[in-house]
Design a protein around this ligand. Structure first.
Ligand code: ARG
Length: 460
C-alpha cells in the first residue's frame, strides 16, 4: 500500500475496510480528464502569479500531459486502491516528476478541486444531452411533418375526446423537449462559475488570480464566496431536476408508444429492430425499449431525491457525505444518455398507421362537441345544445349507431335548428380544419408549430 498523501498526522495506517469504504475512485475516475485540465489551468495561474517557478511549471505540464495521454491510450490504468481521482493524479505526477509534483497542490484543496472537476464534467455531459435532445426534436418533427393529414382521436381521461392530427399530438412532445433544452442551458448558466481558489473553505493567503483560472477553463466568472464555492451542489440538484423532467417526458411518450403499438390501439408499428420477441409466445412483438425508458425514469427521480436528501442536513462547508453526489448524478447522466440513444432511432423508424387512427376516430362520438357548436352557431345557448347532443349520443349508443348515420328527421325531432349542413360539420376532416384557434389542431396552427420547432433547431 502506497503512503497516503495526507499521512503526516497519523501514527497508524488506516484500516483496509475503512479505506475501501472511503474511496470514490470507482466513481470519480471518469473525471480524470477534467482533473488534469483543472490542474493545468491552476498551475498556469500559479506560475503567472509568481507562486510557482517556471521550471516546476514546465515539468508539471509535461507530467500531466503524459498522464493524460497514457490514461487515454490505456498505457496507464487507474489504481483501484487510490482514494480518489485527485489523489491518484497527484501521486502519479509526483512519482513521475518528483518534487515539482508536490508543489501543484499549493493554494488549492480537494474541496474546490472536486467542485471544479464536477462542474467541468457536467458541462460536457449536458452539452451531449442537449445534442441528443435536438436529435429527438428533429425526429419528432419529421414524424409530425409526415402526419399532418393523419386524423386520430385526441383523448382526455384516456377516453376518446375530439379529433386531432397525429402531427399535432407529436408536436406537443416537441414543445416539451424544447423546454427541456432550455432548462438545461439555464442550469448551466448558473453552474458555469469557477469554484477553484476557494481552497478548503476560506480562500488562501497566496496572491492567486482566480479570474485567470476561470477564463482559462471557459467559465463565465468565479464563485464569490469561498464557503459557498466548496459547499454548493445546487448545480447537481438543478441538473438532476432538469433530467427528471426529461425522463418524465420520455416516460409519458413511452407510455403512449406502448399503448399505440398494442393490438387494442395499433396506431403505430415499431420497427422490428427496436422491439423484442417472447421466449414462449411466438406471436409477440414487445415494445421493450419504450417500457425500459419508462422504467428507468424512476432511477433518475431516485438520483434527485437521494441528492436532495444527502444535502439537507449538512453544515457548511465540505462534508464527506457530498462524495455521494457523483454516483447519483453520473447515474442520471448515463441513464438519460442511454435512453435518448435508443429513443431517437426508435421514433425515427416508427410507422404511423393512419387508417387505424382514422378508424378509431370514427368511433367514440368525438365530433359531438362540433355538433353542439353547430347548434350554438344557429343561435342556441351552449348548455342547451350540449344537452340535445348528449341525448343524440345516448340514442346512438342504445341503437348501435353513430351520429353520421342518423337521418335528418331524427335530428330535427330534437331541434328545428338542425339542417342538412350538419353532416358536413361533423365530418372529421371538417372538425380538424375548423379548429382554427391559435395552438389548435387546425392545419394553420400545426404549420406555425412546425415552423417554430424548425426555427428552434436552426438556432441550436
Ligand atoms: N473524493 C472526494 C469527493 O468526491 C473529494 C473531496 C475530498 N475532500 C476531503 N477533504 N476529503 O467529495
Amino acid at each position: 500500500m502506497k503512503e497516503k498523501l495526507w499521512a503526516g498526522r497519523f501514527s497508524k495506517a488506516s484500516n483496509q475496510i475503512a479505506d475501501d469504504f472511503n474511496s470514490s475512485i470507482h466513481v470519480d475516475s471518469r473525471m480524470y480528464r477534467q482533473d488534469i485540465t483543472g490542474s493545468l489551468a491552476h498551475a498556469a495561474m500559479l506560475t503567472a502569479q509568481g507562486i510557482l517557478a517556471q521550471q516546476d511549471y514546465e515539468q508539471i505540464v509535461s507530467g500531466l500531459e503524459g498522464i493524460l495521454q497514457d490514461l487515454d491510450s490505456g498505457v496507464l490504468t487507474i489504481d483501484p486502491q487510490a482514494e480518489d481521482i485527485h489523489m491518484f493524479v497527484e501521486a502519479e505526477l509526483t512519482q513521475r516528476i518528483g518534487d515539482a509534483g508536490k508543489r501543484l497542490h499549493t493554494a488549492r484543496s480537494r474541496n474546490d478541486q472536486v467542485a471544479l472537476d464536477l462542474r467541468l464534467y457536467l458541462r460536457d455531459a449536458v452539452r451531449e444531452i442537449r445534442i441528443q435532445l435536438d436529435h429527438l426534436i428533429a425526429a419528432v418533427l419529421e414524424q409530425a411533418k409526415a402526419n399532418t393529414d393523419a386524423i386520430m382521436p385526441g383523448y382526455t381521461h384516456l377516453q376518446r375526446a375530439q379529433p386531432v392530427t397525429f402531427a399535432h399530438h407529436l408536436l406537443a412532445y416537441a414543445m416539451m423537449f424544447t423546454r427541456d433544452v432550455a432548462r438545461l442551458s439555464d442550469a448551466v448558466k448558473r453552474m458555469n462559475l469557477c469554484p477553484l481558489g476557494s481552497c478548503a473553505l476560506a480562500g488562501t493567503t497566496y496572491d492567486t488570480d482566480r479570474m485567470l483560472t476561470a477564463k482559462t477553463l471557459g467559465f463565465d466568472g468565479i464563485t464569490l464566496n469561498s464557503i459557498d464555492g466548496v459547499s454548493d451542489r445546487d448545480f447537481c440538484v438543478e441538473l438532476l431536476s432538469a433530467m427528471s423532467v426529461i425522463m418524465m417526458h420520455l416516460s409519458r411518450f413511452s407510455e403512449e408508444i406502448v399503448l399505440w403499438s398494442s393490438w387494442e390501439f395499433k396506431f403505430v408499428e415499431l420497427d422490428d429492430s427496436f422491439t423484442t420477441g417472447s421466449s414462449i409466445m411466438p406471436q409477440k412483438k414487445n415494445p421493450d425499449m419504450a417500457e425500459l425508458v419508462r422504467g428507468k425514469t424512476g432511477r433518475v427521480y431516485g438520483d434527485l431525491m437521494g441528492t436532495l436528501t444527502m444535502l439537507k442536513g449538512l453544515p457548511l462547508a465540505y462534508n464527506k457525505d457530498m462524495q455521494e453526489d457523483k454516483e447519483a448524478i453520473f447515474d442520471a447522466v448515463d441513464t438519460v444518455h442511454h435512453c435518448l440513444e435508443v429513443f431517437v432511432p426508435m421514433v425515427e423508424s416508427m410507422t404511423a398507421l393512419k387508417d387505424n387512427m382514422y378508424a378509431a376516430a370514427q368511433k367514440g362520438f368525438i365530433n359531438a362537441t362540433d355538433l353542439a357548436d353547430y347548434l350554438v352557431k344557429q343561435g342556441m345557448p351552449f348548455r342547451s345544445a350540449y344537452k340535445i347532443v348528449g341525448q343524440l349520443v345516448a340514442k346512438c349508443i342504445r341503437e348501435g349507431r353513430v351520429l353520421e348515420d342518423l337521418p335528418l328527421e331524427e335530428y330535427r325531432a330534437l331541434s328545428p335548428l338542425f339542417g342538412p349542413e350538419l353532416y358536413q360539420t361533423i365530418d372529421l376532416h371538417t372538425c380538424v380544419e375548423k379548429r382554427i384557434s391559435a395552438g389548435g389542431t387546425g392545419m394553420a396552427s400545426v404549420q406555425v408549430q412546425i415552423d417554430y420547432i424548425t426555427h428552434f433547431l436552426a438556432q441550436e
